[in-house]
Design a protein around this ligand. Structure first.
Ligand code: SF4
Length: 512
């Protein structure tokens, strides 16, 4: 073949988004997860610890806000110029001996990776922690094909050994404490000291012993990439344990799966992101292990270097003028560590690979808001804005959430073809507030509220859509007169002045 670029497998008939779709609506999943006290305790402790560390290191930099602006500007420019940058990256990557494959979706990416592993004749691979491969469900796919994929990141290893799913993009086992980890190791590791304690150093030692054999025997490694640099064709992996470095250098074949939005135009741009990322993610001043590789170096490191460039809904997200900045995400996880909803429900409630505030916008943008599994995600937020404040690339998550909610309402309305309860309520409100006479008429019904409330003067259950409000709280009985009615009475000729008026401010509603 004259070119080192393979254009995926364009004739594949099946398309799928992999693990981007939730299997149940968020409220249902969140309800279940909220009942897990251990999960809530672990999460509360872990998110608060990372959050405090982040605040401390961010406060050290006087130009932090300028850096956020720079990060945001670089990412926006990348998205605006993505097709040209992808071509530039491809030219530089292939010129240095790498081979690029383009995958339209999760199915295609999985099939490409499997075919590449089969070419090597291997049935075992080691993996660096990678969101993209989780997104496409690569481990599950490889297992079906008879290929064993071993996660080498400690937290990923814990989750994999427990046949569980990650619940945080940076700390995948955030929902487990160390005594749970000890139990998992004792149960699942083929060779382990039966006297293993739950001391972190002992647990790390057990994991190291377990993984070392895999590193030394593996001929194929699979990684993700944090950044791809268009002007040099370089890939970057940022990690904390050094396991990634072993995967990226020891095996003969290296297959990387990277989302097409992960490009940066220039090598110098790393200067900004290597400051933003560690401080925002782990609360560290610099990242412990940063690996950069450019194609193949004869006699040094992997000699077969492949890159699968993954779309899987990214071009759909890019086409959404309002929501496209979600693609600027550098997966630092700062937004989930400050999110009051995530802190209580944990990551599994979001269903998709991407949990928390960024997941609540990214998953529906990539799968389309019409996808029923993900259309409840934009509501998984109090819109407090903490995620926007924490985001190192200034993604306005609350604004995109509101935009997606609007799209969901429009799509539901189109499906129903008749006005929904919310439409009717809004129409009623429009009518009531459109004139004083309408409001007067409505207020005449206030005494009826007393009947609904009964003797204890609280309404415990409302019908229909309004019932959502009374599911977890009572409503005080409405006053027998409205403020407007009271005002009109008090200001009738001959009524006492307000401050001294004996009846002022004593409507039942106000007392309640
Ligand atoms: S949205 Fe922002 S804060 Fe959240 S993970 Fe992405 S870059 Fe980090």
């Amino acid at each position: 073949m004259s070119s080192n670029t393979f254009l995926g497998m364009p004739t594949l008939p099946v398309f799928g988004h992999g693990n981007l779709n939730a299997t149940e609506p968020f409220p249902q999943a969140a309800h279940r997860e909220l009942g897990n006290e251990q999960l809530r305790a672990n999460l509360g402790h872990a998110t608060h610890t990372i959050r405090d560390k982040r605040l401390k290191v961010v406060a050290e930099l006087p130009d932090w806000e300028d850096m956020r602006d720079a990060g945001s500007a670089i990412k926006n420019a990348t998205l605006a110029n993505l097709p040209a940058l992808l071509e530039q990256f491809e030219t530089n990557f292939t010129a240095r001996g790498g081979i690029i494959h383009w995958a339209r979706d999760a199915n295609e990416a999985n099939q490409i990776v499997t075919a590449l592993i089969r070419e090597t004749g291997e049935t075992e691979v080691v993996k660096v922690k990678s969101m993209a491969t989780q997104e496409i469900g690569l481990n599950e796919y490889l297992e079906e094909q008879g290929i064993a994929a071993y996660e080498t990141d400690l937290a990923e290893l814990i989750v994999q050994l427990d046949h569980d799913k990650p619940s945080h993009i940076l700390v995948p086992a955030i929902h487990k404490n160390r005594s749970q980890v000890r139990e998992i190791f004792l149960r699942e590791m083929p060779v382990v000291d039966p006297n293993l304690t739950d001391e972190p150093a002992r647990l790390a030692e057990a994991a190291r012993t377990h993984l070392r054999k895999k590193f030394l025997s593996a001929k194929v490694a699979i990684s993700g990439a944090n950044f791809g640099l268009a002007d040099t064709g370089t890939l970057t992996v940022v990690e904390s344990e050094g396991n990634g470095r072993m995967c990226l250098t020891l095996p003969e074949t290296l297959i990387t799966v990277m989302g097409i939005e992960k490009l940066l135009p220039r090598w110098e741009d790393l200067e900004v992101f290597m400051q933003l990322l560690p401080r925002s993610s782990t609360g560290e001043r610099m990242n412990p292990y940063t690996s950069l590789w450019t194609g193949v170096t004869p006699g040094d490191g992997p000699q077969n270097v492949h890159l699968v460039m993954l779309d899987n809904g990214r071009t759909a997200a890019l086409a959404d003028e309002f929501g496209r900045t979600a693609l600027n995400c550098i997966r630092c996880s700062a937004c989930m560590n400050v999110c009051p909803v995530y802190e209580r429900t944990g990551g599994h409630a979001y269903g998709s690979t991407y949990p928390g505030p960024i997941g609540a916008i990214l998953s529906p943008l990539m799968t389309g808001i019409k996808s029923e599994e993900n259309n409840s995600l934009p509501y998984a937020s109090s819109l407090c804005g903490a995620c926007f404040d924490a985001c190192p690339v200034k993604i306005n998550i609350p604004e995109i959430l509101v935009h997606l909610r609007g799209e969901d309402v429009d799509s539901q309305r189109a499906k129903l073809k008749v006005p929904s309860q919310m439409d009717l309520m809004m129409k009623g409100a429009e009518w009531a507030f459109s004139s004083g006479a309408h409001l007067n008429l409505l207020e005449k019904g206030l005494p009826l509220g007393k009947f609904a409330a009964g003797r204890d003067k609280v309404i415990k259950k409302l019908p229909g859509l309004a019932g959502g409000w009374t599911q977890s709280r009572d409503i005080p009985a409405p006053p027998s007169q409205s403020f407007r009615q009271w005002w009109a009475k008090e200001h009738q000729p001959g009524a006492a002045a307000i401050p001294g008026n004996s009846s002022a401010g004593t409507t039942e509603g106000e007392q309640a």
